[in-house]
Unconditional design. Structure first.
Length: 629
DNA sequence: CTAGGGTTAG
């Protein structure tokens, strides 16, 4: 430190009158520094700065902003504090540009007190918009929202002008539902002051609405922005995608392409995540081609999204190929592939991969444990799952959350260890939430334990009174045990609480379009052919199933379920042999389960059907999810 | 010649 300070001091002490030449030589340095800073070559810039000091030149007010920014960008707090000393020694502290850079740099390190001191100790800076902006956005980014807001109020009280950058610094702090009202009043303020022409302002408010979950306001704003930038499109697309509105994402993506806007990596991440949610593998494949043609193949974010998309669409082979070919796999890559195997009932592969990941010294997090535990539970690896659960805290210092407890309750419950599951719930360090009791309720359904089911139901309905699924579950438990009084009681309960079972619907992706079917639907243009195909399938299923008496009863109900329509449509339009059909169902009933099982035998293809909670995998007449019904 | 800002995966 002192060695670098030394020439600086000597220079200033020895040659005060040659400051002009020092500035002149400094000028050359500054031009080079500007170039490096522009290109983001921050470490080069710091190297150059050291050369500057060694050569005996004096850094001036034009030098510091570049250097401070570089130090901040590389997050080198030590060199940053050192630079603060240099600034003081070279007498540049009174320069507003330098002050602002210092404030911004300290904020990026999280040294908010230092930042505030720079701001507070120089009276000039407290009158400057830019200094306020720097400090305020620093506070907001380090989650000190109230301090940031106070600063904004102070600014207005003192009559310091604010501009669009002020707003841009403040709005991200409003991106939680609790602060939405404040954000909306800020939005009004920008309209009033005519700042809303700035595209970045529009983008910023757009993502604020998205983060607050008011997706409708976001869309309204999106439509009002006349000249949308790529970031505008991306913010809207990832907003829809994060809120689970997959079809809206695909629609918007099509609009974007048809307007000739070229997507970037961020766009495609959002699109892929929606393809994963919708099971829209065909569009996912198109996106993969686009990634190659645009030269984004190197991007690890996109690779992870592709793995996740293929895995969740049931194409584990392709997911695995991409995963294996990835040179640098991170935790998210492992989570995507492990989650994919777990979801489709390949629990052994999933845990094998997890162990392999541990061997490669990647530290697990809470999210991957959710995947591993549910993989164990679906594959019946009960004790292995319990071992993993206990290892979380012991080996990896991860405190299990209620999401992990619900996995373990499911794990024990499926294995029929209901009392252990119940004991686990009672030993939980936090209050058990809906999913935890729901897992117990689901286990009671499998193992026909009416008493415990009633207990779990009471708890879960208290926590999630409007979740219809739980009412349906208990009602089914009652009807299986021929308890018609119970069924009736639940029905009355649902009516009293005005809970309506929303109409079941299914959709299937075909040639980039999503076809939606409701029970008894006759609105599809191919209705006639679909029903003809359905008849053929029903006949086959009945014949195939003829000799089994119990299942005959199941097949007796010929109501035209949405699932059957979707399947008939899919078979009508594809050469299904050897292909994989992905159908997303919100609800797949027992009768349809059997139906699909028989049909997949008929056409000898693979079905992946997804309902509200899990994937059902059918291959050539067998079903990997046989514990479910 | 110089400062403050917006979008990204499991």
């Amino acid at each position: 430190m002192s060695r670098q300070n030394l020439p600086l001091c000597i220079n200033r002490a020895r040659l005060p009158q040659t400051n002009k030449t020092a500035a002149a030589t400094g000028g050359k340095w500054n031009t080079q520094l500007r170039e490096l800073s522009k290109q983001g070559q921050y470490s080069q810039a710091l190297v150059l700065y050291r050369q500057l000091l060694r050569s005996g030149a004096t850094p001036n007010a034009f030098t510091f902003p570049f250097i401070l920014k570089s130090s901040a960008a590389l997050s080198l707090p030590l060199s940053g504090t050192q630079l603060h000393c240099h600034v003081i020694k070279s007498g540049c502290l009174s320069e507003p540009f330098v002050q602002t850079s210092l404030i911004s740099m300290y904020c990026k390190f999280g040294f908010l007190v230092n930042a505030y001191n720079v701001f507070d100790e120089s009276p000039d800076s407290t009158g400057l918009t830019v200094c306020y902006n720097a400090l305020m956005s620093g506070f907001i980014q380090k989650s000190r929202f109230s301090n940031g807001l106070l600063l904004f109020r102070e600014m207005r009280a003192k009559g310091v002008a604010f501009n669009s950058v002020t707003i841009l610094g403040l709005v991200p702090g409003c991106a939680i539902p609790m602060h939405l009202n404040l954000g909306m009043s800020l939005h009004c303020l920008t309209l009033k002051y005519g700042l809303s022409n700035d595209l970045a302002i529009g983008n910023c408010f757009l993502s604020m609405y998205v983060h607050c979950g008011s997706i409708k306001s976001a869309r309204k704003l999106f439509d009002e922005i006349p000249e949308k930038g790529l970031i505008t499109w991306n913010a809207m697309i990832s907003g829809y995608s994060q809120n689970g509105l997959g079809t809206e994402v695909l629609d918007l993506y099509r609009d974007m392409l048809s307007l000739g806007v070229c997507p970037d990596e961020v766009t495609l991440v959002g699109v892929l995540s929606s393809c994963a949610n919708l099971g829209a593998q065909r569009i996912g494949r198109e996106v993969e081609e686009k990634i190659e043609s645009l030269g984004f193949g190197y991007n690890p974010f996109l690779k992870n999204s592709l793995i996740s998309m293929y895995a969740r669409c049931g194409n584990l082979a392709r997911a695995r190929a991409i995963f294996d070919a990835m040179p640098a796999k991170n935790l998210v890559s492992w989570t995507a592939i492990i989650g994919g195997y777990g979801m489709h009932g390949h629990g052994e592969v999933a845990v094998g991969l997890f162990d392999e990941m541990i061997r490669t010294d990647i530290h697990p997090d809470k999210a991957i444990f959710v995947c591993v535990l549910s993989a164990c539970s679906h594959a019946g690896l009960t004790d292995k799952g319990l071992d993993y659960f206990y290892s979380m805290e012991k080996k990896y210092n991860l405190i299990p959350g209620s999401e992990h407890y619900s996995c373990v309750v499911d794990l024990l419950g499926r294995a029929g260890r209901l009392s252990e599951a119940r004991n686990l719930i009672e030993s939980m360090p936090m209050k058990p939430d809906g999913p935890v009791w729901g897992a117990l309720l689901g286990a009671c359904k499998i193992h026909k334990n009416v008493e415990l089911a009633e207990l779990a139901f009471d708890k879960v309905v208290e926590l999630e009174p409007t979740n219809i699924g739980y009412y349906v579950l208990l009602s089914n438990i009652y009807s299986e045990s021929d308890n018609l009084g119970g069924v009736l009681r639940i029905r009355v309960m649902m009516r009293e609480r005005r809970l309506k079972k929303d109409p079941g619907y299914s959709y299937v992706e075909f040639k980039g379009r999503t076809h939606l079917f409701m029970a008894g639907d006759i609105s599809h243009p191919q209705t006639k052919e679909i029903y003809a195909m359905l008849q053929k399938l029903e006949d086959f299923a009945k014949k195939e199933n003829g000799e089994r008496k119990k299942d005959q009863a199941i097949m007796r109900n010929t109501a035209v379920h949405s699932e059957r329509l979707a399947i008939a449509f899919a078979l009508l339009n594809t050469n299904a042999k050897g292909d994989i059909l992905v159908i997303k169902n919100l609800r797949i009933c027992g009768e349809c389960h059997l139906f699909v099982k028989l049909v997949s035998k008929f056409v000898n293809c693979q079905f992946v059907i997804r309902d509200a909670t899990r994937f059902h995998h059918f291959t050539g007449g067998s079903c990997s999810c046989n514990d479910y019904w």
